[in-house]
Design a protein around this ligand. Structure first.
Ligand code: ATP
Length: 355
């Protein structure tokens, strides 16, 4: 059972000129599933390398339970890492599974028992005598996960483990990993830039910005409905949150061609200050005819997502908004919209949530 704590972690590969990750504070509880989500180059792999001991952070400390392991080499950490491209040896699946136990001082029968047990769990028992390097990518990935499991590691780090395997086999592999984490109480940290994978795998998700900062660490509910930063709102969702720039006025926010009047909410900003209004496409109210309190918008484009779901791309002067509707709306060129105050998230100029 291992709880992992990252405390004020920053890392530079070039002696402090640029920073791959900055001031990361995260706690991964023992036996739970986590996802690290962010765009390419945001430092996800760097964090995994710091956790497994392949990289010593330039600043900050790593704790396993309450032990400071920052200077421990990988072999003292009992962590396995599964990569995007599965690593298997040119030998049978059984020999691959036995390989990590080569220097472990237990009887051969015990080693075989472990290998068979793991093969059973991973559904690869029928492949045990097959050459591992000739298997398909999804089966190879099962073998490489199996090599981590025979070692009885407490922590499994998964670096984009699905992206190289056949799309139709990804769901099954993800389900298997989730089951293993639950039944065997393994702490799993799954790195991905695919929000669906992150949100369906992680009990909590760490969302990172392109410049290597942690923007939010929370459950799907928290991240989707209460983004702590403009980028989180925009990055998560199909499509992401609308972000409309405006200025604070006495009665609410001036958005240029129209005003958002606030009756319930108070903004912790001064009149005249910049503010960004975040609203999810499914929360924008739409009327197909002129309606009191609604603002006219031109329909620029209609994106049919199937199953009675359409994204309307709307424009009023310089304000662009996407709205999701479930009615049949062929051939409309104008709609009226309302932004309901209760669903709006407000961000300041820097993108930080303020209300
Ligand atoms: P991806 O999703 O593309 O794998 P990532 O989020 O995992 O990206 P990292 O691989 O951790 O990001 O890289 C973070 C930053 O550090 C990037 O700017 C990258 O170019 C840089 N970087 C990573 N490894 C090295 C290295 N060995 N030497 C120098 N710079 C590096």
């Amino acid at each position: 059972m291992t709880k992992i704590t990252l405390e004020n972690i920053s890392h530079s590969y070039d002696g402090g000129k640029t920073w791959a990750v900055t001031d990361i504070n995260l706690v991964f509880e023992s036996g739970r599933r986590y996802a690290l989500l962010g765009p390419s180059g945001c430092g996800k792999t760097t964090i995994l390398k710091i956790i497994c001991g392949a990289l010593r952070p330039t600043k900050g400390q790593v704790y396993f339970n309450d032990v400071n392991v920052t200077d421990y080499p990988p072999e003292r950490r009992n962590v396995a890492i599964v990569f995007q491209f599965p690593v298997v040896y040119r030998m049978s699946v059984l020999k691959n599974l036995l390989f990590p136990l080569m220097n472990v001082d237990i009887p051969k029968t015990e080693k075989l028992k472990k290998a068979y047990h793991v093969a059973e769990l991973l559904g690869i028992k029928n492949l045990l005598d097959k050459p591992a390097h000739r298997l398909g990518l999804a089966d190879k990935q099962r073998v490489s996960i199996g090599r981590a499991l025979v070692r009885d590691v407490d922590v499994i780090l998964l670096d984009e483990p699905m992206s190289s395997i056949e799309p139709d086999k990804r769901y099954e592999l993800k389900r298997l990993l989730m089951e293993i984490s639950k039944d065997m109480k393994k702490t799993m940290i799954f790195v991905t830039h695919d929000q669906t994978e992150a949100l369906t795998f992680g009990e909590k998700i760490a969302v990172m910005s392109a410049n290597g900062r942690l923007l939010q660490f929370g459950t799907f509910e928290e991240i989707y409905h209460s983004p702590a930063h403009e980028f989180v709102g925009f990055f998560i969702g199909f499509p992401g949150m609308n972000i409309i720039e405006g200025r604070v006025i006495k009665e609410g926010v001036d958005l240029g061609p129209f005003k958002l009047t606030l009756k319930e909410r108070k903004l912790p900003l001064r009149i005249g200050e910049e503010v960004k209004v975040g609203i999810r496409p499914e929360h924008v109210r739409i009327a197909l005819s002129q309606t009191e309190g609604y603002i006219p918008f031109d329909v620029v484009y209609m994106e049919d997502l199937g199953r009675r779901s359409t994204i309307l791309h709307l424009r009023n002067q310089n304000v662009l908004i996407k709205a999701r509707i479930s009615e049949e709306v062929a051939g409309i060129s104008k709609v009226w919209i309302k932004i309901p105050e209760e669903y709006v998230i407000f961000f300041d100029r820097s993108g930080r949530r303020v209300a």
